[in-house]
Design a protein around this ligand. Structure first.
Ligand SMILES: [Zn+2]
Length: 151
């Protein structure tokens, strides 16, 4: 009996150490996200343009994945693309994964959180210099953390 308990505790610790990536079932995600957040983050829907809370946010700080808190973008890479979605010219290294997306008869690049695999938006190559990239994000997928002491 005790041995069994010891083994499961050991396994639990082992699993904890090896689970840098967040893996939740869709049922678990549904519990922690609002209906709109779930639709976009887990079902790859797109929020309506000009609807996002963070679209016009100009404060200094970091934008994180709403689902898992992974830091994704710095405020100094945010720019006004006129598209109606928060846009960034660069991403924090290793924060996102890119994937070919051929849905809706378009050839696009999907942007996913590298930590939890949630859908965040799309990447286009018509952004400002020097990167030329435009990360087109759903505001609903982002959490903003303001940098202390800055405007
Ligand atoms: Zn995430």
């Amino acid at each position: 009996m005790l041995i069994k308990l010891y083994i499961s505790l050991y396994l639990f610790q082992f699993m904890k150490k090896n689970s840098k990536k967040i893996q939740k079932s869709e049922v678990e995600w549904k519990k922690t996200l609002s209906e709109e957040q779930y639709k976009v983050l887990r079902e790859k829907s797109t929020e309506l343009p000009f609807s996002g809370e963070l679209l016009y946010n100009k404060d200094s700080g970091k934008y994180m994945c709403l689902a898992c808190g992974n830091p994704l973008f710095k405020s100094d890479t945010k720019f006004d693309s006129g598209t109606g979605w928060p846009s960034f010219s660069d991403v924090i290294k290793g924060a996102v994964k890119l994937k070919d997306d051929n849905s809706l008869l378009m050839k696009r690049t999907e942007v996913l959180c590298s930590k939890c695999g949630s859908h965040l938006g799309h990447l286009f190559n018509d952004g400002p210099s020097p990167t030329g990239q435009r990360y087109c994000l759903n505001s609903v997928c982002l959490n903003f953390k303001k940098e202390k002491g800055k405007k």
